[in-house]
Design a protein around this ligand. Structure first.
Ligand code: M6R
Length: 605
């Protein structure tokens, strides 16, 4: 959460910072600010509440600039959405931006008597005060001393008075990348803000003091030894991080799904059979495990639920899906016989990262299904399956979820073949079916106008329910999360058979229920449950396979997915759900890409 950008170089910095903040805005958009070092060494700070646009408009009327500066777009944690709480924060000779949470900020205030000098309610300003108190003219010594006292997660981008030609950075957990280019040095919370200037970058290692100058970047460990970073190369271009004709990013990203899935599966097929050798995953990595333990948050966790429904019945080993924020504080019953699969688009979600570390402590090997290359989760896992979806900017995850599902299909097919459950030919057929889902998604996207009609009832509703059984239940959960996060309509997903144990009391005339019946083995049971809500006045949108024969009067609207095999209905079904959420949000006039109170990468607990 929160986005940081910093630049030192020959170009004017103000526009570089503002442009970078626009790219990073999906990480937080409560308020934004920049600090620019003038040619005389003085620091000019500007802040505005609201989106980066407000800061841009404000700054366009002001005559200041320089060649060194830092900027921040905020997702509020400590303290409300106010100008005072907006970064950068200045205390004495220190001006800084921060991403993360300083957990012991209260005890620092008390121990150092900072109460009277703070103007904001933020933990960040407390850290700035501590850096300032520890600063005796040597920034590196100050950073070493200060981080010893700080507890929590942080990425700091700091300007010290008297060192006007450089920016310092230190981080723990919270992400930060940097790049030294022919036209100066940059750092940012993620690549989207850097790629316009360079394809080569490095992830700033934790507990490393990084110093950006206009022509190079120095790194030192906490003992003062020089650190050489691993230089990485971006494999997507700026265009992927732009809207390319679509207005909200979310619609663009929904439409990118067929291509993203293709990019995910094609390079992993050898003669039509999954193969993870090029990913550096040993051929026998899945052979002897007795259980799978999925750890993830939000949409990624729901992808894990689909993974469970795909893997368990075929491979016949238990797949436990864990909410990462619970798992990290639990007593997991896992060991080296368990493979932990952590799933994350950003690769930076702090609870998922903590879950990964916990699983390792228990002796479990960890496989990460991650989108962002070089992210912390990718680096700390034993094996990584990059999902290759390209940058995803909208806060609501769409294409990253589809490629997570595709990865679970590949794993399932691979395990089945390695364990002799499927022959090579059967595995090939399994993958062909996966490949056909790409066309089915395209079909849904080509026929999306019908979904626009479906949302008329939803967009005026207070509540909406999603019901299904088996795999359909797993999709329901993602559909419900998507709707509530971007349309602010209360939405819940229920196993269809569970409704009559309480929730059906909430069904009354006109309440929208999105009901799934794509699974043949429970088709009749699902239809009975749908009848139960219909009989109580629900407005039912039914989703089935294309050749399903549905009873008369069972629904108010019928949507279909062109798939024959139960196991593969997920990807096109989810495209329908994403479009339902998207059109509902649009029809309510909401900000689809930046829903309130949320941020893309959740790097705080
Ligand atoms: O980056 P991650 O996949 O680890 O993020 C996990 C969740 O924060 C994320 O899926 C969240 O639920 C999305 N906003 C859903 O659209």
């Amino acid at each position: 959460m929160c986005g940081i950008i910093g630049y030192v170089g020959p170009s004017k910095v103000k526009n570089i910072l503002l442009q970078g903040l626009s790219q990073l805005e999906y990480r937080g958009y409560d308020s934004a600010g920049i600090a620019v070092v003038g040619d005389d060494g003085s620091i000019h700070v500007e802040k505005q509440v609201g989106q980066v646009k407000n800061l841009k408009d404000h700054c366009s009327t002001m005559d200041f600039d320089g060649h060194v500066g830092i900027g921040h777009t905020r997702w509020a944690t400590h303290g409300g959405v106010t100008r005072e709480n907006t970064h950068p924060h200045k205390q004495g000779k220190v001006t800084l931006c921060h991403n993360g949470i300083i957990e012991n900020y209260q005890s620092i205030i008390t121990a150092h008597g900072f109460e009277s000098q703070l103007v904001s309610e933020t933990d960040t300003e407390v850290a700035a005060a501590l850096f300032n108190e520890n600063f005796n003219g040597d920034p590196e010594e100050c950073i070493r001393k200060t981080v010893n006292e700080l507890e929590g997660s942080y990425a700091f981008c700091i300007i010290f008075e008297g060192f006007a030609d450089r920016i310092y950075c230190v981080r723990n957990v919270s992400p930060m990348v940097a790049s030294s280019t022919k036209n100066g040095s940059l750092l940012a919370s993620d690549l989207t803000a850097v790629i316009r200037y360079s394809r080569r970058y490095f992830v700033i290692p934790e507990y490393t003091i990084t110093v950006l100058y206009d022509d190079h970047i120095d790194l030192f460990d906490m003992d003062g030894n020089t650190v050489t970073p691993d230089i990485l190369e971006v494999n997507w271009d700026m265009e992927s991080a732009q809207k390319g004709g679509y207005d909200p990013f979310m619609l663009k990203e929904i439409h990118e799904q067929p291509e993203a899935i293709r990019k995910n599966i094609t390079p992993r097929l050898v003669n039509g059979i999954p193969n993870f050798e090029a990913d550096g995953i040993p051929a026998d990595a899945f052979d002897h495990i007795k259980a799978i333990n999925v750890v993830a948050c939000g949409t990624a966790m729901y992808a894990g639920m689909v993974g469970k429904a795909i893997i368990e019945p075929v491979i016949k080993i238990p797949v436990q899906v864990n909410i990462a924020s619970e798992f990290r504080y639990s007593t997991p019953l896992i060991d080296s016989d368990t493979l932990t699969i952590v799933v994350s688009q950003s690769g930076e979600t702090i609870d998922t990262l903590a879950g990964l570390r916990k699983a390792k402590e228990c002796g479990s090997k960890v496989l990460a299904i991650v989108n962002v290359k070089g992210s912390t989760i990718a680096r700390e896992s034993d094996y990584v399956l990059y999902t290759h979806a390209g940058p995803e900017i909208a806060v609501a995850i769409t294409k990253a979820y589809s490629v997570q599902l595709a990865s679970f299909y590949l794993i399932s097919g691979y395990m089945a073949m390695r364990r002799g459950i499927k022959t090579v030919e059967e595995t090939r057929e399994f993958i062909e079916k996966l490949d056909k889902t790409i066309d089915a998604i395209s079909y849904v996207l080509d026929n999306k106008d019908i979904i626009k009609k479906a949302v008329k009832k939803i967009s005026v509703a207070r509540d909406c329910y999603f019901i299904g059984r088996g795999l359909d239940y797993a999709f329901s959960m993602e559909g419900s999360l998507k709707l509530k996060e971007i349309s602010y309509i209360h939405a819940e997903a229920y196993a269809a058979g569970e409704l009559k144990h309480g929730t059906i009391a909430l069904i009354e005339e006109g309440v929208p229920v999105i009901a799934f019946a794509t699974q043949d083995y429970v088709y009749n049971k699902s239809i009975s449950n749908i009848r139960e809500v219909k009989a109580r006045g629900a407005y039912v949108i039914l989703i089935t396979k294309e050749n399903a024969v549905i009873p008369e009067d069972i629904c108010d609207m019928h949507l279909t997915v062109p798939i024959k095999d139960d196991l593969f209905t997920g990807l096109p079904t989810v495209a329908i759900l994403q479009l339902i959420a998207y059109y509902t949000s649009v029809s309510k006039g909401l900000n689809v890409d930046k829903p309130r109170n949320l941020a893309k990468a959740v790097t705080v607990e």
